[in-house]
Structure formats: C-alpha cells, structure tokens
Design a protein around this ligand. Sequence first.
Ligand code: BDR
Ligand code: CA
Length: 345
Amino acid sequence: MAPAVAYAPAGSSFIPELILTDTTVSPATVANPYFLDCDTGIDDSLALAYLLASEKVNLVGIGTVAGNTSAEQGARNSLDLLALVGRSEVPVAVGATGPQSGEFDGGVPHIHGDNGVGNVELPVSSLRPVAEPAAEMLVRLAHEYAGELRIVAIGPLTNIAAALRLEPRLPRLVKELTLMGGAAMVPGNISEVAEANVGNDADAASEVFAADWFITMVPLDVTLTNTFEESDRDALLASGRPMPQTLGRILDLYYDFYIATYGRRACALHDPLAAAIAVGDIPLRVAPVVNVMVDATDGPGRGQTICDLRGYLNGYPQQPGAHCRVVLELEENFAPTLLAQLLRA
Ligand code: BDR
Ligand code: CA
C-alpha cells in the first residue's frame, strides 16, 4: 500500500519537501528510481542505453507513446533493446496510441525508419509489454517511490498528461520531471515554432507545463547544437559489444536525415542529452528558471513553448511562480560523455 503523504513548503528550492505521515510505511528502498516515457525511435534508443548504463539510475519502468512510431512498436523496440543487454526485469507499458485530440499521424519513417529503429531488425525477444497502461504504471510507481521517482519524458507528453489527470497529486509525488522538448530561442522542427514532442500533442504539453512541479526542459537550443559524428558511429560499430554496435547500425538512417541540417552525416542528440541531464551528468552553463507556457491554440503558434526570457540581459531575475528550468547552454560538448557511456552499455 502506498504511504500517506503531506507536503511542506519548498524553502529556497522549488522542489517540494515530502513528509511521510504514516510511519508504518516507508517508500520503496530502491535508490534513484527513474521512469522513462518515450516514443522509441533512434535517439530514444540512445537515451535508453544511456540510462541502462548508468550506475546512478534504477530504471523501474518504461512507458511508450505514439510519436516517432506507434506506441506498440515503441514498446517492441524498447523490449528488444532491453533483451539485448539482459535487462528483462524492466517493465514496459504501452501508453497513448495518439494525441489527446486528433489521430496519430503514423510517425516519421523518413527519420526513424518504418520500425522506429532505422529499419534495423533487432533480435526479437520473447519479452512482452505489461498489461498496465503507461499512465497507470507511472501513477503507481510515483506512489511506490513517493518523493523519489524521477521522470524522463522524451516523447509527446500524452502519457504524462494522462497520469496527471489520473492522479492530480502527481507533481507532489515525483522528485523531478526532465523532458526533451520545446524550442526556446530557436525555430521549431515540425513548424516554424513547434518542436516535435510538444507540437505533436500541444494540449497534453500545455497541461504538463502548467502543472505545479519542477520541470527541466531540454529544448532544441541545446540538442541541435550537440552532435554525434561519423567518428562516434565508427567507435560504436567497432566496440564488439551488442548494444553499442546495434546503436551504431540504427544511427545510419538518422545520419542521412540530418545531412539536410548539418551538410554532413551526423545527428542531433535530443533524447540522450535529456537523459544525461536528468542523471545530473552534464554541467549547465545557462539554465534559467522561468515561466513557460505552451501555445495550444489552433493558430500558427500551436506547439510553441513560450519562455519568458526577458531577463537575458540581467541574469534572469527570479520570476514569481516560475518552475521550469530551461537549458540554454552546456558547459561542454556532450558527445564525448555520451560516447563513453554508450561504449559501456
Ligand atoms: C524529439 O522528437 C523526436 O523525433 C525525437 O525522438 C526527439 O524526442 C526531437 O524534436
Ligand atoms: Ca523521442
């Protein structure tokens, strides 16, 4: 049974202090529990491998959502990647099969392949998704690991919004939400202003950003300026280990897609950067805590993350009610950290 909880004001930090009021029940004892919510495409696979390779992470559940590929295919990919490294104990739950309103558009096979993993055929494991839907799993885990669970959301935010509706106290139950999404000071990637994870379900994203929890937003501003190059892919392929070699193979198609962006075979590091920041591995140079809202109207701004960055000339003074840390610059290039981690995966 989940412990009864009450909450104290946050003090100097926004992160709410959680008080256990039932002394007969304590939170589950696994240290550093993480929940990954993803639309398992190519960069999601890098993020999953990053988390699996981290000694600081206990991955207690994975939810999948329609985005790069269908939620079912995302689950299949996640399970097959888990099997590749003998991590069959991590439960995978299928989540939303489309956005809150409208239909799933079929994903982006020209970017992530027909199967989400660059058309590479992963060894098909006998693992199956659990029966519990992703949003319900998230709510259950948030209770089980009350005050400890960290969410890493790297797909459309449909499951996270659904979990908020199921359990409005979710923001007080989880430790932190880190998400790959949005574009703060740069253009979008599915419209002039919208980034894919936010724009593919702007209604859900609007609810998630409006909820009263501490969010770390990892936007295109930093994920497009950190890249993997051919030399990184070569190192993965030469590793002699199943996971890095597989990642090297699935990156092939992704590199083709990004020729139009970078003028060379390389790729952006969207989701793995969010994973690494969630783990606390990446020093941040500029990451102000500011008010952010999502445009969920039907106009040309739909899916835009409107970040109040008006303080950029004077060190971003504190904004009342702000609870979103927007990562704008890193201290160092992310690729070497990522490569080293993936070679251990
Ligand atoms: C985000 O959209 C997806 O295609 C990627 O996996 C990443 O999560 C980048 O905009
Ligand atoms: Ca993703």
